[in-house]
Design a protein around this ligand. Structure first.
Ligand SMILES: CC(C)(COP(=O)(O)OP(=O)(O)OC[C@H]1O[C@@H](n2cnc3c(N)ncnc32)[C@H](O)[C@@H]1OP(=O)(O)O)[C@@H](O)C(=O)NCCC(=O)NCCS
Length: 182
């Protein structure tokens, strides 16, 4: 089974028309705290956390792990795109041995509505398609999360299932290399 863990990390920074995708750095800490403290960002992803708690808990260089891309616009972090191994215990599978790679995205509200998330996710999927050809990527989001649902469709994810999780209806979709993204 080919997994994200087998891929060299970090890759060279990825440049798109407007953005740079790269590993996290200490200078991103304030933006990470902003992301996790924002009630708007947390609406469909389990809520936000108090800022003072985050100031204590967030490490000096937050989010430094394989699969986490910081998205930078004009030199500052505006969000992140993540690829993680989906917990085999969670509902929703597209392969018999589970352990699918899952896409996640989270952007600061002031950067919504400009197509940045779509541009960044498309670049991450393109990178993944070269790193692990033919390997599917899954995604789940609350069906009530209109923006996330629209983005998933735009990226070429197709519905596999809907189910209840965390007290809400979830949409579960899959994308494979060769599917148009962005
Ligand atoms: C989900 C999320 C990343 C979507 O952000 P977004 O900015 O709406 O997504 P996109 O990058 O696809 O941008 C689409 C919008 O940009 C607009 N846009 C403006 N300029 C554009 C351009 N040059 N290219 C493309 N789209 C453009 C589109 O018209 C669209 O606007 P609309 O929503 O009013 O129709 C964001 O809402 C978020 O971070 N939410 C909180 C975290 C979360 O819920 N994550 C999902 C967990 S599963």
């Amino acid at each position: 089974m080919t997994q994200l863990g087998a891929v060299a990390w970090p890759p060279a920074p990825i440049r798109t028309a407007r953005l740079v995708l790269r590993e996290s750095e200490a200078r991103d800490r304030a933006a990470f705290i902003e992301l996790f403290a924002s009630p708007e960002v947390g609406t469909y992803v389990g809520g936000s956390r108090p800022r003072d708690e985050l100031e204590r808990a967030v490490p000096e260089v937050p989010g430094r792990r394989p699969g986490l891309f910081v998205v930078e616009l004009d030199g500052a972090m505006i969000g992140m795109v993540t690829l993680d191994r989906r917990d085999a215990e969670r509902p929703g599978h597209v392969r018999p041995d589970a352990g699918e790679t899952e896409l996640g995205y989270m952007f600061l509200p002031e950067a919504w509505g400009c197509g940045y998330a779509a541009e960044a996710c498309a670049a991450v999927l393109d990178w993944f398609a070269v790193a692990l050809p033919g390997e599917p990527v899954v995604l789940s989001t609350q069906t009530a999360n209109d923006r996330a649902m629209r983005l998933a469709a735009k990226l070429g994810f197709t519905e596999v299932a809907r189910f209840e999780e965390y007290g809400a209806e979830q949409w579960f979709g899959v994308w494979s290399s060769g599917t148009p993204s962005g």
